[in-house]
Design a protein around this ligand. Sequence first.
Ligand code: GDP
Length: 456
Amino acid sequence: MNCTTIAAISTPHAEGGIAVIRISGEKALKIADKIFRTASGKLPSEMKGYTCAYGHSVKGDEIIDEGVLTVFRGPKSYTGEDIAEISCHGGIYVSRGTLRAAIEAGAIPAEAGEFTKRAFLNGKKSLTEAEAVMDIISADSERELKFARSMQEGAVFRRIRSITDKIVTVLGALAAWSDYPEDDIPEVEPEALKASLEDIKQELLETIRTGDYGRIIKEGVSAVIIGRPNVGKSTLFNLLSGCERSIVTDIAGTTRDVVEERIRLGDVTLRLWDTAGLRETEDVIEKIGVNIAKERLERADLVLAVFDGTEPLSDEDRELLERLPGKRTIAVINKLDRISENDLRESLGCKFERCIGMSAKEGTGLEELHEAIEDMFYKGEVTPEMGILANERQLGCARAAEGLIEEAIEALEMGINLDAVTVLLDDAADNLMSLTGERASEKVVEEVFSRFCVGK
Ligand code: GDP
């Protein structure tokens, strides 16, 4: 247990209805005695946990503000320590006055994320649950909030814990065998061992795959618009982003750079990259754009391949089709305002997961596009309760563990002695415990909480 007492303003540093000053630690209630005078005259340190009192924050005899004090008694509090929370008027100057009084009375200013870090260190939360607090704060859609909440409720922790348990069971069998090889303990069967490790590896691979989904939930689907010149890529981009961003002209090759826009289509977030088109060019500036476009294409979740519905497929279209990466792709047949029928859908349809008709100029077909993206990325078997990896740190630990299990399987196949397998499995379990925080290094913990804001 940390013996210092910390204080911070936990609400945004801006004018608002209410500001909350939070004080946590051994001396929290003694400090509250000095800086909060209840109307009833009762001392905060005499109050029970989960009770409030109306009164004034004070500096000596001088009143700073009126407000309400809430007392939490450890371990039944957010941090696990005693907490005094003063809700006062939401002015910047006035709330800082109360904070200053708390600091003069013996509290030290809290660092970024320190309240949640204490909750972690005091065993109130696992590391993934603590990370979820940040995700709840930054969630900007119902879906994102649901996933963050399930992580806070321990879904990721449980998923990883169950894999760690399986590794530990294997380790237990190996330890028993190596410690008492002559006793009655059945010899470790390499085949049975390998089967257990294969199971663990599969579970880890599935868990790693959820990371993609976690990223999409948080950041949105990253999408690239491609197509030969003049099919309407910029027009589509502008329609989606709702403003004139890239230059629209009739001269081929005028979109020279790559512009990123975060847009909402219903409850789908798209991180849309408008690109210069994937074609060979002699123009130096455009070439840079084309190279970036290729790189983006590699990294995108979704490709929107645009075709001009008023023209038959050209050689350039066909070339583009040849070069499409093995990515989820939606074919957008554009300019359908100019014709009543087109047969492009038939010539293209079979090549794509989805094929939709649009007029980027007139703004029709957006609903169909939205549905296609929703179906491709958000429907399916993924549910919040399954435990979805939510960030690069978690993914990194899971990947490292998977790599080690893979090595252990190889070691078994090559008949390397079981001590080497034990070391690899130990390391794998360590990585998973670092993910959940059960055995995280100080550096990892620092890194996680440095991303928090002060007061959380
Ligand atoms: P890009 O080179 O693929 O980016 O194509 P642009 O967006 O610059 O569009 C090329 C031309 O096609 C412009 O004159 C646009 O106004 C026109 N255009 C784009 N979309 C549509 C559409 O849906 N219908 C019609 N009729 N014209 C379009």
